[in-house]
Design a binder for this molecule. Structure first.
Ligand code: 8YV
Length: 327
């Protein structure tokens, strides 16, 4: 590959990152902040040596078929790679990299904030004041539910799940988790986490469920209507991972019917569309996929993208290569 490869960036990135990219590579930046259309993406795949997409670009089999043989690297600006058809990329010998680790702590902070927000009715309280309806303190108004002493069930004990567990200890939550594989003894001990081989059993046992696993074919609708129905009616559900892990329509119906105490969702099944019936519920907090949205995280993610591209051009294995796992 040429020492100044054509790098096409699909979305606007922090200025410092764009400036550095422009210096290092033959970089084509996005001049507006709208996602590329399918046509624009197809054109980019036909011209780029390296494509830098984000979660809003679906790089599926159909699009990858439009890629020219010059496309050698997809350096995703994001940790999740469910926007890319990894099998097709691999069969076409296109390397895929992502940006893990640097958004772990920010996403865990947001998850913790969401765990606190719904049971303690933060948004409802804020609305009371902003709408000018507060009449003063009352002994029985705005009563939420205690966090301390409750059971938190984490689905997916990877980097983010573990960072949530560390925080949750400070709030007096006991930690339960379900993962594809049980953690080795040492980290499990450090996190004081109880492993549940059966997700069904864990769901029936805990008070708050936090979804922290990636979206893969194996986790699509992991929280199906059947599994959601196993949760306790007093339980809360928090999702900062991917909307596709939860059957959003089934969850919406349960929340509307009062079969679940509440939910805090930062991600949705068909982003940016949201089931409209979720919107007018008091016990639901909806956020616009902002779990990792700090300036620091975005700059660190950009740095990772730069390092991955640079190492690849220099003929080395980029540090954040995504390996397709044969299941
Ligand atoms: C990112 C995310 O902001 O990195 C991820 O997987 O879900 C987000 O927090 C987004 O993916 C950027 O492409």
């Amino acid at each position: 590959m040429a020492s100044k490869p054509v790098v096409i960036v699909t979305r606007k990135l922090p200025e410092v990152i764009e400036a550095r990219m422009t210096k290092l590579f033959n970089t084509h930046l996005r001049d507006n902040d709208a996602p590329m259309s399918k046509e624009e993406l197809g054109k980019a795949l036909g011209e780029a040596d390296v494509l830098v997409p984000t979660v809003t670009d679906r790089i599926d089999a159909e699009l990858l078929a439009m890629a020219g043989s010059q496309l050698k690297l997809i350096a995703n600006f994001g940790a999740g790679v469910d926007n890319i058809d990894l099998d097709v990329a691999q069969s076409r010998e296109i390397t895929v990299t992502n940006t893990p680790t640097v958004l772990t702590e920010d996403t865990a902070d947001m998850t913790m904030a969401m765990i606190l927000a719904v049971p303690r009715r933060l948004v409802e309280g804020e609305r009371l004041i902003s709408m000018g309806r507060w009449r003063g303190w009352e002994p029985t108004s705005m009563l939420g539910h205690r966090i301390w002493g409750k059971r938190l069930g984490i689905i997916g004990m990877g980097q983010i799940g573990s960072a949530v567990a560390r925080r949750a200890h400070g709030f007096g939550l006991s930690i339960h988790y379900h993962n594809r594989r049980r953690l080795p003894e040492a980290p499990e001990k450090v996190l004081q986490a109880t492993y549940w081989d059966s997700l069904d059993q864990m769901l029936a046992h805990v008070d708050i469920v936090s979804v922290n696993c990636p979206h893969t074919p194996a986790t699509y609708h992991l929280l199906s209507a059947r599994r959601l129905a196993l949760m306790r009616p007093q339980a809360y559900l928090v999702n900062t991972s991917r909307g596709e892990v939860i059957d959003e329509d089934a969850l919406t119906a349960m929340l509307r019917e009062g079969r679940l105490a509440g939910a805090a969702l930062d991600v949705f099944e068909h982003e940016p569309a949201i089931n409209p019936q979720l919107r007018d519920l008091n016990n639901v907090l909806l956020l616009p996929h902002m779990g990792s949205a700090t300036l620091e995280a975005r700059i660190d993610m950009g740095e990772k993208v730069l390092i991955n591209i640079r190492t690849f051009i220099d003929g080395h294995r980029p540090p954040d290569r995504v390996i397709v796992k044969l299941m």
